[in-house]
Design a binder for this molecule. Structure first.
Ligand SMILES: *[C@@H]1O[C@H](CO)[C@@H](O)[C@H](O)[C@H]1NC(C)=O
Ligand SMILES: *[C@@H]1O[C@H](CO)[C@@H](O)[C@H](O)[C@H]1NC(C)=O
Ligand SMILES: *[C@@H]1O[C@H](CO)[C@@H](O)[C@H](O)[C@H]1NC(C)=O
Ligand SMILES: *[C@@H]1O[C@H](CO)[C@@H](O)[C@H](O)[C@H]1NC(C)=O
Ligand SMILES: *[C@@H]1O[C@H](CO)[C@@H](O)[C@H](O)[C@H]1NC(C)=O
Ligand SMILES: *[C@@H]1O[C@H](CO)[C@@H](O)[C@H](O)[C@H]1NC(C)=O
Length: 390
């Protein structure tokens, strides 16, 4: 499996990718915040997904109990010829029971539609389940009804803070403000798609979560923290992305998230960071790495775990630093708790996701404690090695 994927990945990386059937972006203003931005279908290469997570305080040394959902239209990674028997619409579930046992599933659906009345959205993945986002973006409820796949129940997220896009703007969900229009001609096709057509809308930057699910006959029931966002792109991520770090955490009264993405064949690393305290936004910025000394964030993976499941070296945690416009500094430590593969699900060569604990706050103050989910998407098969400690 690993060798096969690797081979396919390397073949892809060394052939030039054709941006066939690219779907044009739509105006943000006409689209509900958490609605349908593109229209992925089996005859285009677009992908759109609604992601979210719920997580609870860990029991003993176990990874935190957790539930993560992905309502997919299309595919984020296409490593080889398209396979007509793969469903266009499906739901991917990953998580942990409180005792540390992992669960995961891919539930196919016959349809995947998102309709809206004003800002209220309804997702219907026939055969799997669906979701409902309230018109004020304060709640998001996932319902699964797929007993034949072992999943029946609900996850409800109640937001801590207002929705946001990635670049301190309410104008739209794209990252184009990090490049000036006269640099357009200097952008590669991958950079251009990543900065101008990959969308990110965070309707719920942090939440209280209530999980009431039956999974393969066992209950998963908890009240904890949570988060919800959505992304879309006209082509699979591997066409434009080399490597992608994402994470979110709720730590005391702080809610935070960040993305750091290196486009293929590019040194222009897209960086976006969001930090709020009791719902008040301290930072919400996007920038190219190395272009700012204030109002930016820095993500540094640390540690080294030789991951036997995916066959690659991976980090054990991330330090996320926020330097505000006024120079104030905040720092957060997101860790998988030294649990290696036991805290990682999915655990694939191109897709790693960890659950864990987090601590931090304003530098110099007593750190607060919390919970985190963080990811490393690595379609470019970049080799990880820990940065020298700063
Ligand atoms: C990246 O660079 C390699 C080597 O120059 C080239 O073969 C490949 O087509 C490039 N990929 C993209 C997506 O531009
Ligand atoms: C799929 O989307 C393309 C636009 O990307 C559109 O032209 C085509 O009609 C759609 N096909 C179906 C079956 O909906
Ligand atoms: C296509 O997908 C089906 C169902 O997921 C799988 O059984 C089959 O092996 C795949 N075919 C190829 C050529 O990968
Ligand atoms: C922009 O960032 C500032 C903090 O630097 C914050 O007060 C404001 O709410 C942010 N605006 C948006 C639209 O995110
Ligand atoms: C952990 O909990 C799950 C769900 O209740 C159960 O199926 C599994 O057997 C448990 N594992 C152990 C090692 O006790
Ligand atoms: C981050 O947390 C881990 C686990 O507790 C710890 O080993 C590491 O030293 C911490 N790193 C920093 C820079 O605080």
């Amino acid at each position: 499996m690993f060798h096969n994927l690797l081979r396919v990945g390397l073949v892809l990386a060394s052939s030039s990718f054709v941006f066939a059937h690219a779907v044009n972006r739509q105006g943000a203003t006409s689209t509900p915040f958490d609605g349908q931005y593109l229209h992925p279908n089996s005859s285009n290469e677009a992908v759109e997904w609604w992601w979210g997570q719920a997580i609870a305080q860990p029991v003993g040394n176990n990874p935190p109990a957790a539930f993560q959902y992905l309502f997919y239209q299309g595919y984020p990674f296409v490593l080889g010829p398209p396979n007509a028997s793969n469903p266009e619409f499906y739901v991917v579930i990953n998580g942990f029971f409180p005792n540390g046992t992992q669960f995961s599933a891919t539930i196919p659906a016959t349809t995947g539609t998102v309709t809206a009345v004003g800002q209220a959205v309804t997702g219907t993945w026939k055969g799997a389940g669906g979701f409902q986002g309230s018109s004020d973006l304060s709640t998001f409820t996932v319902t699964l009804d797929a007993p034949e796949y072992g999943f029946v129940g609900t996850v409800k997220l109640t937001s801590n803070a207002a929705s946001h896009y990635g670049c301190n703007t309410t104008a739209g969900p794209y990252f184009d403000s990090l490049v000036s229009s006269d640099s357009d001609t200097a952008l590669s096709e991958a950079e251009s798609i990543l900065f101008k057509q990959l969308g990110w809308a965070v309707s719920i930057p942090g939440a209280v979560s209530e999980v009431d699910m039956t999974i393969n006959g066992s209950p998963l029931k908890f009240t904890g923290q949570g988060y919800h966002d959505a992304n879309w792109a006209p082509v699979p991520l591997n066409a434009v992305v080399d490597t992608w770090y994402f994470g979110t955490a709720t730590v005391g009264d702080y809610d935070l998230s960040y993305i750091s993405v290196a486009p293929v064949n590019s040194t222009k690393v897209l960086n976006t960071g969001y930090l709020s305290h009791k719902g008040v936004v301290l930072q919400n910025q996007c920038s190219l790495d190395g272009t700012k000394t204030t109002d930016h964030s820095v993500v540094t993976p640390y540690g080294l775990y030789s991951d036997e499941v995916s066959g690659v070296d991976v980090p054990t945690g991330y330090i996320v630093k926020y330097i505000l416009e006024n120079g104030d500094r905040y720092s957060f430590n997101l860790t998988s708790g030294g649990l290696g593969s036991a805290a990682q699900n999915p655990d694939q060569i191109v897709y790693h996701r960890w659950v864990g604990t987090a601590s931090g706050g304003k530098v110099g103050e007593v750190p607060a404690e919390g919970l985190t989910v963080f990811e490393w998407l690595n379609p470019g098969l970049a080799v990880y090695s820990p940065a020298p400690q700063a």
